[in-house]
Design a binder for this molecule. Structure first.
Ligand code: PLP
Length: 457
């Protein structure tokens, strides 16, 4: 497949007209977007890559053809197809072709997305996508935020807003410093954020389902007056659990504590009627993130960060300096809502795909991953060699093969990865090694996964 790029570029005084490079990149991209993939793990050591690639960054350059050849023959093959339907490890990705194609457009347009004045049209479109998300949250029209690179930075920016808001509401920093409440199931990025913010993490014990609950939170808040925020999960990474959001919200607000919901993976479930009830109470949260690069079919990197009251974030994140005096502070400047200034308009691929396909297809696509995970869960329940170690809530399955050691699980996982059959990586659950499958790709055929699980006999 060849894309015809009819370019009549003015030669640049330094770079020449570069039209050949543009043609190469456009052709390569078009072919990649439609190429068959597999979930092979193909990483190589840096020394092997250096030997295979040869010198690339040189004083006179190696030329576009040679550089692209190195990328095609050596570098890209040493990366994994995150969007392969049988990459079921960690949390993979499943961008639509429309979203990937528009990522190219987004790059070509090279829009400064920090302030409205520079990126108004693109920021408007990003905000349309954010409004779809805040609509699903049941938040008021005045809510909003911006896109950041990933859940880690979204969580940090939200918690920074929470901490600074508490500081101004409670009249300064407590003598012993601030504290943040979450359960052991909260994502590791919450601990990174706590380190960056120099706050202590207070562990809230979970109930028997592994959930953060209202009573559990109440107990902790009663004895820790310097907690400024609680982080609830809407889809824990390891198990796909959704905390008791309604109860947590009412306790948090009774104590004047900010409620942040980390829906980096599971937030996509808001679009799926079959699990929407699990999110009840999210309408009362103060901030929320979801990574469209996980289960909302956008390419890397894309996290939607939204606030119920964005003015609170603006008060914390807006940067002020003489060279920023001209920024129109009345406009929607995405740089005002997170820890960043320059930013690419990374929400545009999501917007374009939503506009192309419509939100109904997003609902259907999320439901498809859920139904694939349910079909595989049913097969595991019906099997005599496997056992679900807990009931799934979203699209993550944890299961075990009786009698297998951690080493045996690893061997099985490596063999399938090496053959490009499926990527299924063991994890730890309540101290023991189990297998984990995370379904985020609507193209995953549960029948194929069920056949592969037969090899666990
Ligand atoms: C629940 C949750 N929160 C946060 C993150 C961090 O997101 P990112 O990797 O986009 O920084 C992840 C990543 O898997 C996650 O699953």
């Amino acid at each position: 497949m060849t894309v015809s790029v009819d370019i009549h570029a003015e030669p640049h005084p330094v770079w020449g007209d570069e039209s050949h490079v543009v043609q190469l990149a456009a052709d390569w991209s078009a072919q990649r977007v439609v190429r068959h993939t597999d979930p092979l793990s193909t990483a190589r050591s840096a020394s092997e890559l250096a030997a295979a690639a040869g010198p690339t960054v040189t004083a006179s350059g190696i030329g576009a053809d040679a550089a692209l050849r190195v990328f095609t023959d050596v570098l890209e093959p040493a990366t994994r197809s995150q969007d392969d339907p049988y990459n079921l490890a960690y949390i993979a990705a499943a961008p639509t072709r429309a979203a990937v194609a528009f990522d190219l457009v987004t790059s070509a347009a090279n829009i400064f997305g920090g302030i409205w004045e520079a990126g108004a049209g693109a920021i408007f479109a990003e905000n349309e996508a954010l409004a779809w998300i805040t609509g699903m949250l049941g938040w008021p029209d005045t809510s909003g935020g911006c896109f950041v690179s990933g859940g880690t930075s979204g969580n940090l920016s939200a918690l920074m807003t929470a901490r600074e808001t508490a500081k101004s509401r409670r009249g300064g920093r407590p003598a012993g410093g601030w504290q943040l409440a979450c359960t052991a199931n909260a994502h590791s990025s919450i601990h990174s954020a706590a380190k960056a913010l120099d706050v202590d993490v207070v562990d809230v014990p979970v109930d028997e389902r592994g959930h953060l609950t209202g009573p559990g939170l109440r107990k902790v808040l009663e004895s820790h007056p310097d907690i400024f925020a609680v982080v609830a999960s809407a889809g824990t990474t390891n198990e796909g659990l959704v905390d008791d959001l309604a109860d947590v919200a009412s306790v948090a607000h009774e104590f004047g504590v900010w409620m942040h919901v980390d829906g980096a993976y599971g937030g996509a479930g808001l679009a799926a009627p079959s699990v929407r009830h699990l999110f009840d109470g999210i309408e009362q949260a103060d901030s929320f993130i979801v990574d469209p690069h996980k289960w909302l079919f956008a390419p890397y990197d894309c996290c939607a960060l939204v606030y119920r009251e964005p003015e609170l974030a603006r008060a914390v994140h807006a940067q002020h300096a003489s060279y920023l005096d001209h920024v129109d502070r009345e406009s929607w400047n995405p740089s005002d809502f997170a820890l960043h200034l320059t930013r690419r308009v990374r929400g545009l691929p999501l917007w374009f795909s939503l506009a192309t396909h419509g939100t109904d297809k997003y609902r259907d696509a999320v439901e498809l991953s859920l139904s694939a995970s349910r079909a595989v869960a049913d097969a595991i329940r019906a099997s005599d060699h496997l056992r679900l170690v807990r009931e799934p809530e979203l699209s993550v399955l944890l299961f075990e093969r009786a009698g297998w050691t951690p080493e045996r699980y690893s061997e099985w996982s490596h063999e399938l990865a090496a053959n490009g059959v499926i990527l299924c990586v063991p994890t730890t659950w309540r101290g023991k090694t189990v297998l984990r499958l995370a379904f985020v790709n609507p193209a995953t055929d549960p029948g194929h996964v069920i056949e592969v699980l037969e090899t666990l006999r």
